[in-house]
Design a binder for this molecule. Structure first.
Ligand code: EPU
Length: 418
């Protein structure tokens, strides 16, 4: 077991390179199962724990997987099983994308129910509704989802909620189906578009990704291809907010500024300077930031994955801020930890009422989920005195070398064994 030890108060200066997007990569790797010939070479893959888990799962299914630095080669030609029932499947959320991919190519799949961060109820009813609409029979037994279909036939599916996972999963299931599938009320997140682009590079016919109607015309087969994952919107947001919280001047390289607009807009409203360039964003921050109100929404709204880092920043902003978490019912678990550091926050259901304090003060805190971990690191970096963050295995699921990157920007942070 490890923890992060942070001596807070240093401003951040310099450059940081943002990794490939976790939530795109964790869908693109399972999508590589769809290639019945050729090899998928996927670049700009973050070497995080969730990716390591997926590599183990793909090898278990019979894929040949070779990884070096940020590049992964996957040969799915000789898959030997459609039963994904090893512990790694339960350890992560995105293992549910194995359902769409295996069903699509083999017309059957058995995948253990996914895990992921404990941030509220996370049903998969919209995934199941989509698989059934395409012609699959779905049963859940002994903690695993079983899918079987004689054939998959395109149809129109209206999602009752905007779901990233269901949109991607049904895209995966529909790319080899007979005829055309139309997804209505689809998610528009950048990673949905990235997965659609990957599928099209493999030979699929997916149109409209990035809007709320996606049309997928089935093709006979898909092949390996070369592809590079988009930059991580959430990692970028985390570093932007950390710079705002600590003060300083940081250039984030390898970003798509358009994907960061909802975050940049809120930081500007608070009094942070944000300058966008082609593939970089410069963030400059001093003192006296103003509180703002936030409501998390599907893209292009403010991302729920950035809410926890952002609410940490707001605990140090002047005046009252209201944060409305509209996507998940319990994504405020970091707040109790922030209170140990002197934050003044009241939670009422999905609303956090934050009255800014001048400074947080270092304390021993524990991360309960991935973005809570990032939020506590930001709190520690900006607080006065020493903070120890435990539960950093959650952080490692989604951030690569988080302490190295902050150290390179001037932070006093190190990883130690407990
Ligand atoms: N929902 C349903 N039924 C479903 C699916 C979703 O009611 O069948 C609800 C959820 O309960 C939630 C909302 O719809 O209230 C949105 O859920 P969504 O399906 O979009 O979330 P997800 O696919 O499970 C992905 C990311 C999350 C991110 C959300 C929202 C991955 C692996 N995970 O989850 O990322 O918060 O989209 O953008 O892509 C993270 O990276 O920290 C993280 C949790």
């Amino acid at each position: 077991m490890e923890k992060l030890v942070i001596n807070g108060g240093n401003p951040l200066f310099g450059n940081v390179n943002i990794n490939g997007a976790k939530n795109a990569a964790v869908a693109i790797l399972p999508a590589a199962i769809l290639a019945s010939k050729g090899v998928c070479t996927i670049e700009n893959v973050p070497n995080i724990e969730d990716i390591n888990c997926l590599e183990i799962i793909l090898e278990y299914l019979g894929c040949k997987v070779e990884s070096s630095c940020n590049s992964i080669k996957i040969d799915s030609t000789n898959i030997v099983t459609t039963n994904a029932t090893i512990p790694e499947v339960r350890n992560m959320r995105a293992s549910y994308y194995l359902l769409g991919s295996l069903l699509s190519r083999f017309k059957k799949a058995r995948v253990e129910l996914p895990g992921g961060c404990p941030i509220g109820d996370r049903p998969i009813d919209q995934h199941i509704k989509g698989f059934e609409a395409l012609g699959a029979t779905v049963t859940i037994e002994h903690g695993a989802v079983n899918l079987v279909a004689e054939k998959l036939v395109g149809t129109t599916i209206y999602f009752d909620v905007v779901s990233v996972g269901a949109t991607i999963n049904i895209m995966l299931a529909a790319v080899l189906a007979e005829g055309t599938t139309v997804l209505e009320n689809a998610a528009k997140e950048p990673h949905v578009v990235d997965v659609a682009n990957f599928l099209n590079t493999m030979g699929a016919n997916v149109k409209g990704a990035g809007t709320d109607v996606i049309k997928i015309t089935g093709v006979d087969e898909l092949s390996g291809c070369n592809y590079s994952v988009i930059p991580d919107q959430i990692e970028a947001g985390t570093f932007m907010i950390a710079t705002a919280a600590c003060g300083g001047d940081v250039t984030l390289n390898n970003v798509i500024p358009k994907h960061l607009e909802s975050i940049s807009a809120k930081l500007l409203e608070m009094g942070v300077e944000v300058v966008e360039d082609e593939d970089k964003v410069i963030v400059r921050s001093g003192n006296n930031l103003k509180g703002v109100n936030i409501k998390t929404l599907p893209y292009p709204g403010f991302p729920t994955d950035v809410q926890q880092p952002m609410s940490t920043l707001l605990t140090m902003a002047q005046g009252r801020s209201i944060v409305n978490e509209s996507i998940y019912e319990s994504r405020f678990k970091h707040i109790d930890e922030l209170k140990k550091m002197g934050a003044n926050v009241k939670i009422e259901g999905r609303i956090a009422i934050i009255d800014g304090v001048k400074n947080l003060s270092g304390a021993n805190v524990k991360a309960t989920d991935l973005r809570a971990g990032a939020a506590l690191v930001i709190a520690g970096l900006s607080a006065q005195g020493k903070t120890e963050v435990e539960g950093i295995e959650h952080i490692d699921r989604g951030y690569l070398y988080i302490e190295e990157k902050f150290k390179a920007l001037g932070a006093d942070i190190r990883r130690v064994n407990i």
